[in-house]
Design a protein. Structure first.
Length: 167
């Protein structure tokens, strides 16, 4: 025997499902049944829906309160993490130092690396989506997001944040 179907579903049923049930968009927003990014909803309604969602994480709420864009975050991360000429020179010196150390021609006072090069791996859209959804991220990915957020905050003349503020 089949179980009785609920009279009101708690998931999105299509763009005109609220009209069939006699609900206005405002009532839908109050009950939380609307789609988050609706084409017909005004920006204020979409913002209100976004604020009423309960499953937001620290990063999402931080980006919303400081008005930081995810697309801008990806662009800043790409600019920060892209390998530059000096990074390649640092890596080359490190490789040559290891060869010299293995051959025995290196002096004992030589340091293999003075500064750390950039990683060359920016935040990916998939990684950012995972972070915004509250998924798991590796430590280096969290640090890349932190560096990009701090650069964006610096541009807005705000104070830098720590990792535990975002995650």
């Amino acid at each position: 025997m089949r179980a009785a179907r609920p009279t009101q579903a708690r998931f999105y049923q299509g763009p005109r499902a609220h009209k069939a049930r006699g609900l206005s968009r405002l009532k839908l927003a109050a009950t939380g049944e609307a789609q988050m990014f609706s084409v017909t909803a005004s920006p204020t309604q979409t913002r209100e829906l976004r604020l009423t969602m309960v499953d937001t994480n620290k990063l999402t709420s931080f980006l919303d309160t400081n008005k930081l864009s995810g697309k801008r975050l990806l662009a800043v991360s790409h600019k920060l993490e892209t390998l530059q000429r000096e990074d390649r020179a640092i890596k080359l010196a490190k490789r040559q130092g290891k060869k010299a150390l293995a051959a025995g021609t290196a002096k004992e006072g030589d340091k293999l690396e003075v500064t750390k090069p950039r990683s060359g791996r920016p935040i990916t859209p998939r990684g950012l989506a995972s972070a915004l959804a509250g998924g798991t991220l590796s430590g280096p990915a969290k640090n890349r997001i932190l560096r990009a957020v701090n650069v964006m905050l610096e541009q807005k003349k705000k104070d830098k944040v720590e990792l535990k503020t975002l995650f």
